[in-house]
Design a protein around this ligand. Sequence first.
Ligand code: DC
Length: 221
Amino acid sequence: MSPSNISVIAIDGPSASGKGTVAQRVAETLGFHYLDSGALYRLLGLAAGKYGIALDEEVRLAELVGRIDIRFEGEDIWLDSIKVGDELRTEEAGAAASKVAALPLVRAALLDKQRDFCRAPGLVADGRDMASVVFPGAELKIFLTASAEVRAERRYKQLIGKGMGANIAALLQDIQARDERDMQRSVAPLQQAPGAILLDTTALNVEQAVSEVLLHYRAKK
Ligand code: DC
């Protein structure tokens, strides 16, 4: 549980909603720490491949969480002393993350790793269950979403910008499949938590979305 004197802003939402960018900018503006919880699930998917563990071997995967060393330094992420590059952001890594994320023992094993990020002066945490499970006492809870079509377009631009290949129709299909799996799973499904404010960014740019979150946060002070 987060210490009650540390401000936590929980930003949950579906894949490619832009919540990562928004959460990072909000954290920068407030001088808060930032937790990209999706990156932890993505890292575990990568580590599973490296250690030859299938994505449905729940017990072995949960045990792997305790063995791997994960380090975040600014924009850089390290897995067992090896810097992880763009392979973390591929659609394959996202799909693997979504599979391991459906396993209750894996989610439980990752809880403490996520809560360790809660340090003074505050934390902006982005994911699917930040408000409902990991930081239920968060001062501000936002459910950030956008239409699947706009999310596919954003992901397309992001991948092209990184020099990776992409196809909009395939991305849309992928996003819809991932939404379905993330919403239907029995443990910590993707949903708007009680008390969370809905922020639909379909017609908003990043600056507007960041301003909205900051307005809500300042209104709580
Ligand atoms: O936010 P992302 O696309 O990097 O997340 C990758 C996958 O991890 C996503 O399909 C769902 C899962 N995830 C989760 O179940 N819970 C979180 N808190 C964050 C991500």
